[in-house]
Design a protein around this ligand. Structure first.
Ligand SMILES: [Zn+2]
Length: 396
């Protein structure tokens, strides 16, 4: 007899403010799951990007352990250009790999870095990033013709949407809606016809529509906002129809990898440093003599500025923590990670060593003083580098 089974619905880019608030009343399946179970916003990984986020969710490893930080990465330490990640870059077991070792069967549809398919105990249809024209997108390979036969569309099984935002919002809508209906139909056929203990489906449609139409949410009556609402209803209904096939005691999770926000602008660190005359690119330095360049570089060491800004902006440190944080440096060649004494924990060193890194421990990597301006509170917060005992941060 099978033990208790589990099914995970992975909705790319699902936003808590829409699912749990704005449209909750119109989404009966999700509303019922929320009422019967538990729900809330999930923290994503850092960086909150599709590939590392789903890989982290289904392996339990963070992006650093996985070596996955986005859609692209360098294949080897020697490679100079970044290439699109695929399943061969996933070097740790996924949840279904571990379940398979325990004799459990899985159904996996659309997991992002799953092309080319790795053998598993169960059935797999690969996901977005499957190259166009690929013919080896299932495991076992014989499943492909069966899935193709289930799909009524003459375009074949769609891994992702190809249309982008254009003058006619209907084109992207039609493509995404058809893709999602087909995907869930394939999932249900597998659930009905194959043995399974664990199921996972990933749907990219929400991400594609929200990239195109998120801005329209401010005008609820617009055609684009209506498309987003209808698509939420479609997903809710497709999940509901699938739940009807699951045993009553099945463990059900609906999860996402990140939400969505309006794009209001970006801070280009290089450009800002350039305007402050702290960074030179290519010919910028042409008018300075070599001594002046060396002197400015010494004064304005980019590394300590960058690490401090990253600590504050991306890791939520206050300015003092950002300045105190151990500094490290890698500049491609020489291929060495320089770091301060106690800069990395023994665990981190061991993980990096296993990936082939070597280290150069230094006493300190420069000194910096910093002031953060909190515009909301109209407050200046100063931080002083503990590496420099006789200096201070002074603001006006
Ligand atoms: Zn995503």
């Amino acid at each position: 007899m099978r033990g208790r089974r589990a099914f995970v619905f992975g909705l790319d880019c699902a936003s808590p403010e829409l699912w749990f608030a704005r449209w909750r009343e119109e989404l009966p399946v999700i509303s019922a799951l929320c009422a019967e179970g538990t729900y809330g916003p999930l923290h994503s990984v850092h960086p909150p990007i599709t590939i590392p986020a789903w890989a982290a969710m289904l392996t339990g490893c963070d992006p650093g352990q996985l070596g996955l930080y986005g859609f692209r990465g360098r294949r080897s330490r020697q490679a100079r250009t970044a290439t699109l990640h695929d399943a061969t870059d996933l070097e740790v077991p996924t949840l279904w790999d571990l379940l398979g070792r325990d004799g459990r069967e899985s159904i996996v549809v659309g997991f992002p870095p799953s092309y080319p398919p790795r053998p598993l105990r169960g059935h797999l249809v690969s996901g977005m990033l499957t190259p166009p024209g690929a013919d080896d997108w299932t495991f076992p390979a014989s499943l492909r013709d069966e899935v193709a036969g289930w799909v009524g569309s003459d375009r074949g099984y769609a891994f992702d949407a190809e249309a982008h935002r254009g003058p006619d919002p209907g084109q992207l809508r039609d493509e995404v809606f058809e893709m999602t209906r087909t995907r869930f139909d394939v999932v249900r056929r597998l659930v009905r016809s194959r043995p399974w203990d664990f199921g996972f489906v990933h749907e990219i449609g929400l991400d594609r529509l929200q990239h195109a139409y998120w801005g329209s949410l401010a005008s609820p009556d617009s055609a684009e906002s209506e498309i987003l609402r209808d698509y939420h209803r479609l997903l809710d209904a497709e999940i509901g129809e699938t739940l009807e096939l699951l045993p009553d005691d099945a463990i059900v999770c609906v999860v996402s990898d990140h939400g969505a926000r309006p794009f209001e602008g970006s801070f280009r660190l290089n450009e800002w440093l350039r305007r402050q005359a702290e960074l030179w690119l290519g010919d910028d330095a042409g008018e300075l003599d070599a001594v002046e360049v060396a002197e400015r570089l010494r004064r304005h060491d980019f590394l300590r500025v960058l690490l401090t800004i990253l600590g504050v902006v991306d890791f939520g440190m206050n300015i003092q923590e950002g300045l105190d944080a151990p500094r490290f440096h890698h500049q491609w060649l020489p291929d060495l990670i320089a770091h301060e004494h106690f800069g990395f924990s023994p665990d981190t060193r061991a993980l990096l060593q296993a990936k082939g890194h070597s280290f150069n421990e230094r006493k300190s990597q420069g000194q910096a003083q910093g002031i953060v301006y909190d515009a909301k509170a109209d407050l200046l917060e100063g931080g002083h580098d503990k590496r420099a005992p006789d200096s201070a941060a002074i603001g006006h």
